[in-house]
Design a protein around this ligand. Structure first.
Ligand SMILES: Nc1ncnc2c1ncn2[C@@H]1O[C@H](COP(=O)(O)OP(=O)(O)OP(=O)(O)O)[C@@H](O)[C@H]1O
Length: 577
């Protein structure tokens, strides 16, 4: 545990932690020495040997004073060490989250990450002071007492020594049982948290569907599993602690019986025996306390295991020196990819040239959004290459790709901040006026005018005060501000109101001449004006590709799709006769 804590510590936290541990060990040894000094002192008192009482009393007071000072200092350092350790753990967690591929973050991860950030890291950081100190004291103080015992009576000391491996075995068993129970409980808590978060988020959908039975059942099952895991943890933990306490009490009984036997035989005088028995009790007390705290250590260990698990996750490969792309055209060559199940894309090849708009169309679930995720390097393909400017994306590295790509996805997340700041994150280097200008190009000014507070109005958690289309407009404004050479636009599937239609149309016009624009296209206007249309076949490949005019003239699947869509939208391609 100490090694693992040091591993997750910054250099400052490590220094503080080591100093704290040195002082903890010193206080534990001093406590043991003080207990040992009780023997001659008590013996002198029982024998009414006042001449011997005084020096022992003074010596005990001196040890007590040093102990108190060391204890106070360990506490002060301990508090600083905890704060430094908490900082290190949260920094490590943050650094790791930034390195992990975007694809790793799903709703099922939020429970675990929240658990570490809010509770686990705090628990681990207070472990040295609140738990480790007591456990170390629980073993070092009795160890000191045991060594000293040999100076008083070797037979009682041997009896105590024989009990040590038995206690150690039971302690190990206790810790292993608690660790197992705690790991199962933590997993169940994370699962239940995910379910409850999902349940809260899904309320609008559940209420409109009028049947919340599935969500109710999933939450109930998760809570039930958590309850069972908690009960299991209490049962194994309770049984372990009871067994350990029993063994420790047994050792006391052994000392008592042996002491009585020795006293009856006359080889120990009664005054010494009573003093030694007091020492025996003091020997056992801290050990029992340490046994009770074994569970606390396991909780900290579970969080450290989770951090180890995060550290072991494979990040996407990064180049030692990122290559330079020749331009910003995108190429897929024989790309195959799936999410662990059936392949979504199979041997897919196409080019989205620089300064051109490529529209991707196809049946629902055919992989349109997946293509944009591969360009943004949320994932690397299982086979084939995705290249930008002639360089495979892994050779460019995630940082280059992230800087080169502006994604405007459907699931836009807005921070609970002002509408202006939500656009500003597209490029924090620019000034307020430039941000407002870019926002106006995506027609975000209309939204700001509507909200009390204008540009400084807050948008609510996740952007809850804005409509889906309005959130996408903010996302478009971010993309315009970021001014990246590749723009990925996943058009909303829902019908847009006229304001959002115009905003998206304006964004498309603003970027298409200068950048590589790849649009998962649903608006007829976007599709027909694209420089190139890639129509997916729904089986992982491309059915047809070309310009709107070419594909219509070919009279194939695209022409069929187009006429259906036009009919559904009520468009008229030619004036009625
Ligand atoms: N994170 C994911 N994990 C597992 N499967 C996924 C994930 N995202 C998408 N899929 C699956 O991959 C397939 C392609 O999804 P994708 O979103 O790329 O399709 P799409 O063509 O954009 O669909 P739509 O037009 O309905 O948005 C679907 O079968 C989908 O269920």
């Amino acid at each position: 545990m100490i090694r693992r804590l040091l591993h997750y510590s910054s250099p400052r936290a490590r220094r503080l932690l080591i100093t704290e541990l040195v002082f903890i060990v010193a206080t534990a040894v001093l406590q043991g020495v003080a207990f040992l000094m009780l023997v001659p002192l008590l013996r002198a008192l029982f024998l009414a040997d006042m001449a011997a009482v005084e020096p022992w009393l003074l010596a005990l007071a001196a040890v007590g004073a040093v102990y108190t000072a060391a204890y106070w200092f360990a506490g002060q350092i301990g508090m600083k060490a905890s704060t430094a350790l908490l900082d290190s753990l949260l920094t490590r967690l943050g650094d790791r989250l930034v390195e992990l591929p975007v694809a790793w973050f799903g709703p099922d991860r939020s429970g675990m990450v929240t658990g570490i950030a809010i509770q686990g890291a705090m628990f681990v950081s207070t472990t040295p002071y609140s738990i480790l100190r007591l456990i170390l004291t629980g073993f070092i103080t009795p160890g000191t007492v045991l060594v000293g015992m040999y100076a008083f009576d070797w037979r009682l000391a041997v009896a105590m020594t024989v009990m040590v491996p038995v206690m150690a075995l039971v302690y190990r068993w206790l810790r292993a049982g608690i660790a197992r129970g705690d790991a199962a409980h933590s997993a169940a808590v994370a699962d239940a948290s995910n379910r409850v978060i999902e349940f809260a988020r899904a309320q609008p959908a559940l209420r409109t569907a009028g049947d919340g039975s599935i969500a109710d059942r999933l939450v109930d099952e998760a809570l039930h599993r958590q309850h069972r895991a908690y009960k299991g943890m209490l049962i194994t933990g309770g049984a372990g602690i009871a067994s350990f306490t029993g063994v420790v009490q047994l050792s006391l009984t052994v000392i008592l019986v042996l002491g009585a036997y020795l006293a009856v035989g006359g080889s120990v005088d009664p005054a010494t025996l009573i003093a030694l028995l007091v020492l025996g009790v003091r020997f056992n007390e801290p050990i029992v306390g340490a046994g009770d705290l074994g569970g606390g250590i396991s909780l900290a260990r579970t969080t450290l295991d989770q951090l180890d698990g995060l550290a072991a996750l494979k990040a996407l490969p990064e180049p030692a020196r990122p290559a330079t792309p020749r331009d910003w055209g995108v190429e897929f060559r024989n790309v195959s990819f799936g999410y662990g199940g059936a392949p979504v894309l199979r041997n897919l090849s196409f080019t989205a040239p620089s300064r051109r708009m490529t529209a991707i169309v196809g049946p629902s679930g055919s992989g349109k959004t997946t293509i944009t995720r591969l360009i943004a390097r949320f994932y690397d393909p299982e086979a084939g290459t995705v290249s930008i400017g002639g360089v495979p994306v892994p050779e460019l590295g995630t940082a280059v790709v992230e800087a080169a790509v502006s994604p405007v996805f459907q699931d836009v997340y807005l921070f609970d901040d002002t509408i202006l700041n939500n656009v500003w994150i597209g490029n924090p280097e620019l000034g307020r006026e430039e941000v407002i200008a870019a926002a106006a190009r995506a027609r975000v000014d209309e939204i700001a005018e509507r909200l009390p507070g204008g540009w400084d109005a807050r948008v609510g958690e996740g952007g809850s005060k804005l409509s889906g289309g309005e959130r996408q407009r903010v996302s478009i404004a971010r993309a315009l501000l970021k001014d990246a050479p590749i723009v990925l636009l996943d058009e909303a599937t829902a019908a847009l109101d006229i304001g959002n239609e115009i905003a998206i149309g304006a964004a498309v016009d603003a970027v298409r001449a200068e950048r590589t624009l790849v649009v998962v296209a649903h608006r007829l206007q976007t599709i027909m004006t694209a420089d190139q249309i890639i129509m997916l076949d729904g089986a992982g490949g491309i059915r047809e590709s070309g310009t709107h005019t070419e594909l219509l003239a070919a009279g194939g699947a695209y022409a069929h799709y187009w006429h259906e869509r036009v009919g559904a939208a009520g468009w008229q391609l030619a004036p009625p006769a």
